[in-house]
Design a protein around this ligand. Structure first.
Ligand code: HEM
Ligand code: HEM
Length: 247
């Protein structure tokens, strides 16, 4: 006999659905706060993609692939790698300008990326509390709507400072390629004598890559760990914008 809709296992008095509803009725209600507005979220993921492309292409500029046989202009391998690097470099720079604009017009969480309340004692106490939580010393973390105090410190000093540094040194190097008098050279050329000479800028720009790689490893670890072990949603917050609390 074929099953009709009425005979579906989820229907009737002893259905799973009813049992589950009883469970749901006992569950504590989920509280949620809208934290990250759409431009912040879109910027985050575009920025993450740009940094990934920059890191891979930058690494290949510094440690090129083995030479391919034939005319360089026929296969153009380095040309494509450098193009990807420069295109992603522009995305990073223009994205950061857009993100600065949103810090001005967006909600107060949009400004957390740009400063740290270093003169507030409570901030440092909470930061130490989070450090202990990450180090498995404290049994319970605090509850925060925006970035937690440690995440905020890492965002400002681990990401923002490094990103600005990479843009300054990157465009200074770009200015060398686009020649004297180009806007890149006129706006960023001063960086080269400040650091010594061209090779010093290459070396520092290259060091910045490893700084960002360390940031990304720690950041992704912390985001996933907090999502599983912490008291609120984390990864889904950067997707939906809402922070939900588990207790
Ligand atoms: C190249 C890769 C990445 C970079 C450079 C990066 C950078 C950042 C920055 C700068 C912020 C602060 C956003 C703001 O306040 O506007 C942030 C937040 C965040 N990122 Fe990433 N991110 C990267 C990859 C990822 C990945 C792969 C995940 C997911 C596993 C992730 C999850 C998050 C979450 C959940 C937040 C919000 C944290 C909180 O609410 O305190 N990120 N990220
Ligand atoms: C996340 C940010 C970035 C990373 C990780 C990164 C990484 C790198 C690395 C590792 C190199 C090779 C350096 C060497 O060993 O000589 C490089 C070269 C270079 N980067 Fe970046 N970079 C970033 C951002 C930028 C930006 C924003 C620009 C500006 C357009 C830029 C422009 C350049 C230029 C012009 C070179 C030299 C290319 C050459 O000599 O052929 N970079 N980058």
């Amino acid at each position: 006999m074929s099953k009709t809709a009425a005979q579906h296992p989820l229907d009737g008095d002893h259905s799973f659905a009813k049992l589950e509803e009883a469970d749901v009725a006992q569950a504590s209600s989920i509280k949620s706060v809208y934290v990250y507005e759409a431009p912040v979220r879109i910027w985050h993921w575009v920025n993450a993609l740009a940094i990934t492309v920059l890191a891979i292409s930058g690494y290949l500029i510094g440690s090129p692939l083995p030479t391919v046989a034939g005319e360089a202009s026929d296969h153009y391998v380095m040309g494509y790698i450098r193009f990807a690097h420069f295109a992603a470099g522009y995305v990073l720079a223009v994205g950061l300008l857009g993100r600065i604009y949103w810090a001005v017009v967006g909600n107060h969480h949009a400004r957390e990326l740009f400063w740290v309340p270093i003169f507030q004692k409570a901030y440092w106490a909470e930061l130490v509390g989070m450090l202990k939580w990450y180090a498995f010393i404290a049994p319970r973390p605090g509850r925060f709507v925006g970035h937690n105090p440690l995440a905020r410190f890492a965002m400002v000093f681990g990401f923002m400072v490094l990103a600005v540094f990479m843009i300054l040194t990157g465009f200074a190097l770009y200015g060398e390629g686009s020649q004297m008098g180009s806007w890149q050279e006129r706006m960023f050329g001063w960086v080269i004598p400040l650091m010594g000479q061209s090779q010093d800028v290459h070396t520092w720009h290259h060091m910045g890559l490893w700084g960002l790689v360390i940031f990304v490893i720690v950041h992704v670890y912390a985001a996933i760990r907090e999502d599983i072990m912490g008291r609120s949603s984390v990864v889904s917050t950067m997707i939906s914008g809402h922070r939900t609390f588990k207790d």
